[in-house]
Design a protein around this ligand. Structure first.
Ligand code: OTU
Length: 640
């Protein structure tokens, strides 16, 4: 991505120029104007172009864009000076998040630290781990007790009282920033909770706010839509709609208390843009764009990843470039890999979860065959300049088996059957499985099922499997070395196990994802410094990998060259040196995904230097003799 210092010129697009002129007439004399205008000049045409396919046919389209820009201007006026300074800094160095020092952590405010002040008190712990990015699960006001872990937002401008005040959240963002940690929050923009003021007005029959959602008088259209949309949370309600007390039906992709917003109404985009910029001004540096695939609907389609969903995201992005340019977007699309990448570009979402790598890491542990993961690294890892993967082992969500069936078919694997195997394996219904997961949204009608469970539980730590710690470190080792921003689900760094108690809490019982959202366990946290415990071994192993990574420039950015080990259980890839392609300065990663020793033959390694040193184990290898990896061993080899 090129650094673009905005030249002052009149936008060639006459409509866009008219918009700038109109705003200049109103605000041109004010202090913040020149900087705002420079960015406006640069992005206003894009903003308008992205909105045109959505709302361009309306007579009041231009007026609507002008009102949107008024929102952007007031938000810019309210943006604190230190964030404006960060805006300029990030524009000068747009590749800042590609550093090998970037490391993410994610957790719930209440479950990890009680409240915002509690999180603040954990900053030294985050620094000990090396975090530079902290994603807090949605802390916004939400219904009680059912709120989908915060993903049902009742107000984007209020916090859950139990977590603290908005002022405390803002202060936390600042403390984190001072500690070199970027705050990441969600923008839950596909839906609001049914307790949001807009939803309450709609429920009461207000015609203006009824247009904010997809509300239908009867089942005629819902029935037609349901012919082509899939069920996301079938445990809670079948199909995509829920019935209101007055008999009308509202679109609820997720729970019945999460109402999908109607972006075909330009008022919705305008209102939500204001909420987004409000969140940006809290000091948020990455916005996790929740459920991006679902934001646009059209009859006769799956209503997922429609072209308009991309226009929407790019319009939000253009607005951010104008009024909060330090803000970057992270896409959350847990869908087919071709669709996942369609959201990733500097103009749309600069970073994205990598659900394919995540799912295939678990697949590889189960099968002891690297085939699919190796193929994904070879063919699906490369991203456009200026963007990055967020690689992760576990998140707060379930594991869905989102690999492409056509990829699996290349190895003679049937996608459907293989998913059935993986589900059985991870819920311990397969002989010899080491995993102790739980099914999520098991749908007998379609055979779909996803998996819940903590990293430790899925790796076999609970029942004392002797390889569990090595498996946990292996998965994290790939995430830490394959490029992009690694993201640790807080608790996994000490091997926290499943929280089976969720089933006794009526607020959580219906959602098995709570099994892997345990409260922070203070005892295990204390054990992290004790090498005789599993927590201590995991924590020390991870910290070792993290500190090695910080000093390896080859692990910055996302460039990766696949290395075919010719052993079915050994994953391989090279991270080339930042300059040049020679082996010197680069890192060769080899990882054994089985509980048996695995040998890579000398001829496979013949193009590598004769002697290489594994940084993890501090061992030199004579590659001319081949290389034998211990069970679940990973090596990061550099030329000696
Ligand atoms: C996301 O996940 C969040 O991560 C979940 O925690 C929320 O419950 C949900 O949105 C609603 O806000 O289905 O199981 O394919 O891409 O959007 C997780 C669907 C989910 C996913 C995703 C969704």
């Amino acid at each position: 991505m090129k650094t673009s210092r905005a030249p002052v010129w009149t936008a060639p697009d006459p409509q866009a120029a008219r918009l700038v002129d109109a705003l200049r007439r109103r605000h041109g004399a004010q202090a913040g104007w020149p900087v705002f205008e420079a960015r406006l000049q640069q992005h206003v045409a894009t903003l308008r172009d992205e909105l045109r396919p959505l709302h361009g046919e309306r007579a009041d389209f231009e007026d609507g864009v002008l009102r949107l820009l008024e929102t952007a201007w007031s938000s810019w006026c309210e943006r604190p000076a230190d964030l404006k300074a960060m805006d300029a800094e990030r524009e000068r160095d747009p590749a800042w998040f590609q550093s090998q020092r970037m490391l993410g952590g994610v957790g719930y405010v209440d479950r990890f630290a009680g409240d915002f002040r509690g999180v603040e008190a954990q900053i030294p712990y985050f620094q000990e781990l090396g975090l530079s990015y902290l994603h807090l699960m949605p802390p916004y006001l939400c219904p009680q007790p059912h709120n989908d872990g915060g993903y049902a937002v009742s107000s984007y401008r209020e916090t859950q009282p139990a977590l603290g005040t908005m002022a405390e959240l803002r202060a936390l963002a600042q403390r984190l920033r001072e500690a070199g940690i970027s705050l990441v929050l969600d923008f839950v923009f596909n839906h609001t909770s049914d307790e949001h003021a807009w939803a309450q007005a709609a429920r009461a029959g207000d015609p203006v706010f009824s247009e904010y959602y997809w509300i239908f008088p009867d089942r005629t259209l819902p029935d037609q839509y349901e012919r082509t949309v899939r069920e996301i949370f079938p445990d809670e309600h079948p199909g995509a709609f829920s019935q209101l007390e007055d008999g009308r039906w509202v679109w609820t992709t997720f729970h019945s208390y999460q109402w999908d917003l109607n972006y075909s109404n330009p008022e919705v985009f305008r209102a939500m843009a204001g909420e987004m910029l409000f969140i940006a001004n809290l000091g948020v540096e990455f916005l996790r764009m929740d459920a991006v695939a679902f934001v646009w609907k059209r009859l006769g389609t799956p209503c997922e990843s429609l072209p308009e969903a991309h226009h929407l995201l790019r319009a939000y992005n253009a607005l951010a470039r104008i009024a909060a340019p330090a803000l970057l977007f992270k896409s959350e699309a847990i869908v087919h890999p071709d669709e996942v990448v369609s959201y990733i570009s500097p103009a749309e979402c600069q970073v994205s979860y990598n659900p394919l790598q995540m799912a295939l890491l678990w697949n590889t542990l189960a099968t002891r065959e690297v085939n699919l993961l190796q193929l994904a690294l070879a063919e699906r890892h490369h991203l456009p300049e200026g963007t990055a993967w967020v690689n992760y082992v576990r998140s707060h969500d379930d594991i869905g088996w989102t690999f492409a069936d056509e990829d699996a078919a290349r190895f003679g694997i049937d996608g459907f059957d293989h998913r059935q195997f993986l589900n059985r394996f991870y819920v311990d219904r397969f002989p010899g499985s080491f995993a102790r997961g739980v099914p999520f949204q098991d749908n007998p009608a379609t055979g779909d099922c996803r998996i819940s469970g903590t990293c430790a539980a899925l790796c076999g730590l609970e029942q004392g499997d002797p390889h569990a710690v090595a498996r946990i470190l292996l998965l994290h080792g790939v995430v830490l070395s394959s490029g992009g921003i690694p993201l640790i689900y807080l608790g996994d760094e000490i091997g926290q196990g499943n929280d089976v108690g969720y089933a006794d809490d009526p607020a959580r019982a219906g959602d098995s994802r709570w099994v892997h959202r345990p409260m922070r366990d203070p005892r295990r946290h204390a054990e992290r410094l004790d090498p005789s415990t599993a927590a201590g071994r995991i924590h020390a192993g991870l910290r070792h990998l993290i500190s090695l990574r910080r000093h390896l420039p080859a692990l910055a950015g996302g460039r990766l060259l696949p290395f075919w080990s010719r052993h079915s259980a050994v994953l391989g890839y090279r991270r080339p040196a930042p300059q040049g392609d020679d082996a010197r300065g680069g890192v060769l990663v080899l990882a054994n995904f089985s509980e048996r020793p695995a040998s890579v033959l000398p001829e496979v390694l013949s193009a590598q230097p004769a002697t290489m040193v594994d940084l993890i184990g501090q061992t030199a290898f004579d590659l001319r003799a081949g290389l034998t990896l211990a069970p679940y061993q990973m090596v990061w080899l550099v030329a000696s």
